[in-house]
Design a protein around this ligand. Structure first.
Ligand code: PMP
Length: 424
């Protein structure tokens, strides 16, 4: 196969030609927080606003019928992207956070009781922790955390022991860590959890942009992801659920669009997917999301994964040569398919915010902080990390600029640190 050339795609992303405030050309390496959008997505959205926008499902007039058709076609496109059996298994939400909260409120309140266990990993984003803490406060269930090992993943034996001992009602885990860059084996873990009677929710926020997500192959019960991380708009995400589960769940939000009948004494629900889409849905965002998943599908998710992996391996191999730079995550390339395009670093004696600020002056955009994974940072005894995250439009030159900037920060802020031996 021909080598992957990011230049082919960069011309679709005018924002990538920008400069940072310092005047340096921008190397946008904050894709785990949010990606950029290609012209194709921006055009699909402005085309709707300019030429056929109206509220969906309600009006029997030309614009409403055209918007409704485009909105429902977007659902079909997303169902194909996930390889869902039917479009009605795809619920449009406000984002991955809203998707997980919907499961916690709707499925959780109906199925979880005092004494039950919700099992998560220590590597979860707050979006896959806080809703379960809230569920625990409402129901008296318990949230239990699986620890990660020295290789920044979880051994099957540790998981099986926990599943045997805790018999969780739900196992909710991320397909890929937004801090460590670890890719978890979703299909295998889902099978183990199902064998122990647990329902499975997969947080695919960091998987959907970078690898093929096949919900039937995963066999997960619920899958969540966000539009803005797959080159789509903000304000939209997806909750995939197996049809029978969604059918059995009560709605979470009540309002227009989700009802079959309303009287002064009560209501009956609409069917799927409307039951979970109360109020005016994110219409233009759904149309933009469909354009986005089509775009990345055309780029090719396997090629995206391979290119990001090559960038990670290159940057990491250089970073690991620098005494005093610790990489907080698995070694890229050590185990096949275990590390994505995220590199979090810790420079002993240098605050992550200083790293990020210095990198910004070199035009390199990375994120500093706990990345909404405070329990993971506590577990690792770190207060913050600086995180670079690649996407398919990033180049090897940008990866090198990141490493060069880290070397410069380190010599500036931690001159003695360069002589210390790294822990890993
Ligand atoms: N899960 C993971 C693993 C994430 O990285 C993120 C976003 N940082 C979320 C959930 C939440 O996504 P959103 O903020 O779009 O709802």
């Amino acid at each position: 196969a021909a080598a992957f050339d990011p230049a082919v795609y960069r011309s679709d992303f005018p924002i990538l030609d920008r400069q940072a405030a310092s005047g340096a050309p921008l190397a946008f390496l904050d894709n785990a927080a949010s990606t950029q959008r290609p012209t194709q997505v921006i055009d699909a959205m402005s085309d709707c606003y300019r030429s056929y926008y109206a509220n969906v499902h309600r009006g029997i007039h030309t614009l409403s019928e055209e918007s409704t058709a485009a909105f429902e076609q977007a659902r079909v496109t997303v169902a194909q992207f996930l390889n869902a059996k039917r479009p009605r298994e795809v619920i449009f939400t406000a984002g991955a956070t809203a998707s997980i909260n919907t499961v916690a409120r709707s499925w959780g309140d109906a199925n979880v009781a005092a004494g039950d266990v919700v099992l998560v990993t220590i590597a979860e984003h707050h979006a896959n922790i806080v809703p379960w803490h809230q569920l625990a406060a409402r129901t008296g269930c318990r949230v239990e955390f699986l620890p990660i090992n020295d290789g920044f993943t979880i051994d099957d034996e540790v998981m099986v022991e926990a599943l045997d001992r805790l018999r969780p009602k739900l196992f909710a885990f991320t397909a890929a860590s937004n801090t460590l860059g670890t890719i978890f084996p979703v299909q295998r873990w889902t099978k183990l959890a199902h064998d122990h009677g647990a329902t499975v929710l997969v947080d695919a926020a960091q998987a959907a942009p970078h690898q093929v997500v096949d919900v039937q192959q995963w066999n997960a019960d619920f899958v969540a992801f966000s539009g803005h991380k797959v080159c789509g708009p903000t304000g939209i995400g997806v909750l995939y659920g197996k049809e029978a589960l969604l059918e059995a769940m009560p709605p979470f939000l009540g309002g227009g669009g989700m009802i079959h009948d309303v009287t002064t004494t009560g209501f009956t629900c609409a069917g799927l997917p409307e039951k979970f889409e109360a109020g005016t849905p994110p219409i233009v965002e759904a149309i933009g999301l469909a354009a986005a998943v089509k775009y990345i599908t055309e780029v090719g998710l396997d090629r995206i994964a391979a290119h990001e992996h090559a960038l990670s391996e290159h940057a990491e191999s250089r970073l690991r040569e620098i005494t005093g730079v610790q990489i907080v995550g698995p070694v890229a390339g050590a185990v096949p398919n275990q590390k994505n395009g995220i590199i979090s670093i810790h420079l002993p004696g240098v605050h992550a915010h200083d790293v990020s600020q210095q990198l910004d002056s070199a035009g390199v955009a990375v994120r500093a902080g706990h990345h909404c994974t405070m329990p993971l940072h506590h577990f690792l005894k770190l207060s913050a990390t600086a995180r670079a995250s690649f996407y398919f439009y990033n180049t090897i030159e940008e990866a090198d600029r990141f490493v060069d900037a880290v070397i410069e920060v380190q010599s500036k802020f931690a001159p003695s640190g360069r002589k210390r031996r790294p822990r890993t």
